[in-house]
Design a protein around this ligand. Structure first.
Ligand SMILES: NC(=O)c1ccc[n+]([C@@H]2O[C@H](COP(=O)([O-])OP(=O)(O)OC[C@H]3O[C@@H](n4cnc5c(N)ncnc54)[C@H](O)[C@@H]3O)[C@@H](O)[C@H]2O)c1
Length: 301
């Protein structure tokens, strides 16, 4: 499989909508597929605002955007769209049962040559590939949020993924202007999130042991290591509930006790302090859920 012309993106939520536009901007005819027209309309509205702003700010030209829109369709008629797909990027809800069902459908509905990639952050593709009759054409292709902005895409084969599939996924990601991180074999969390988790774990342990305040640990990450945000700020941005869920998902896959959520994360989660989205996590964001006010939540947990 060398020539990819049509890409189908399954799921038009946070990730899928932006991946769809990235794909159309790269020149691929792209179908963005979701279960309901309402979800597709919301994705269209969000992307319209986004592209209008990009043109206003001079980040993209009007003709570049118009051409991308002409290549992008929003459809709930997935069977028709999938019948012409060369490459599928699945960005539906993070649920193993749903993904396995979806991949069995993709296997049935797409041409034989089509490659089936999942954008899952936590579910390695070996857990999905055997729901299809073409495991060698299944891999993880992991974008980062927001997909229109973040450059990294991790391409992760499972044991039976063919080299042709990996090469095709790398080619597509590079055509989308992404920097590819190729993993030689799958591991839960892949590379980037494992690095982030290692930093996060150490930051939580330092704070838990009373070595420094979480604000100062964030300051060290930013001003000594040059990170754009500190680990506690990132947890608040991602959502403490999401951080909690990701840890549980990794524990479910690995059974490793160290994968379980840190006790301090569990405390925040149980207190409903989910970060920016709830107005308070590590930091206090007031009513608007925006703007950091350091010190407002300086007691542990
Ligand atoms: N949110 C992130 O920061 C992030 C980052 C990288 C990867 N991911 C991965 O991307 C995937 C999607 O995450 P998200 O945050 O965009 O989720 P989301 O909940 O925002 O969107 C999921 C979309 O999939 C749709 N959907 C569900 N079942 C479907 C089906 N059977 N057919 C078609 N559409 C279906 C839903 O209607 C929804 O619009 C997950 O696997 C997640 O692990 C998420």
């Amino acid at each position: 499989m060398s020539d990819v012309d049509q890409i189908c993106v399954i799921g038009s939520g946070t990730m899928g909508a932006q991946i769809g536009l990235v794909s159309a901007l790269a020149g691929y005819r792209t179908h963005l597929i979701d279960l309901s027209q309402e979800q597709l309309d919301a994705a269209r509205e969000m992307l319209t605002k986004r592209t209008n702003r990009d043109v206003e700010k001079g980040r993209r030209t009007q003709s570049e955007v118009d051409e991308a829109w002409s290549r992008l369709s929003f459809t709930a008629d997935r069977d028709a769209a999938l019948s012409e797909a060369d490459f599928v990027i699945e960005a539906a809800v993070e649920d193993l049962g749903i993904k396995r069902e979806l991949f069995a459908d993709l296997d049935r509905l797409t041409p034989e040559h089509a490659i089936l990639a999942t954008n899952s952050s936590n579910i390695v593709s070996s857990r999905i590939a055997d729901a299809t009759s073409r495991p060698e054409k299944v891999c993880n292709m992991h974008f980062f949020n927001p997909a229109l902005v973040m450059k990294c895409v991790e391409v992760v084969p499972h044991e039976a993924t063919s080299k042709v599939t990996v090469d095709a996924a790398v080619t597509v990601a590079e055509a989308m202007g992404k920097s590819v991180v190729r993993l030689n074999r799958e591991i839960p969390g892949f590379v980037a999130n494992r690095l982030l988790n290692a930093l996060r774990r150490e930051a939580l342990d330092l704070y838990d042991a009373g070595i420094a305040s979480f604000e100062d640990i964030d300051t060290a990450a930013k001003t000594a290591l040059g990170h754009p945000m500190g680990p506690f700020e990132i947890m608040d941005l991602v959502g403490i509930d999401v951080v909690h869920l990701i840890r549980l998902a990794e524990y479910e896959q690995t059974g490793a006790p160290e994968a379980l959520p840190h006790p301090l994360i569990r405390e925040l989660y149980e207190a409903g302090r989910f970060g920016r989205k709830s107005g308070r996590g590590w930091y206090d964001y007031g009513d608007e859920g925006a703007g950091v006010s350091p010190g407002a939540a300086s007691s542990k947990g």
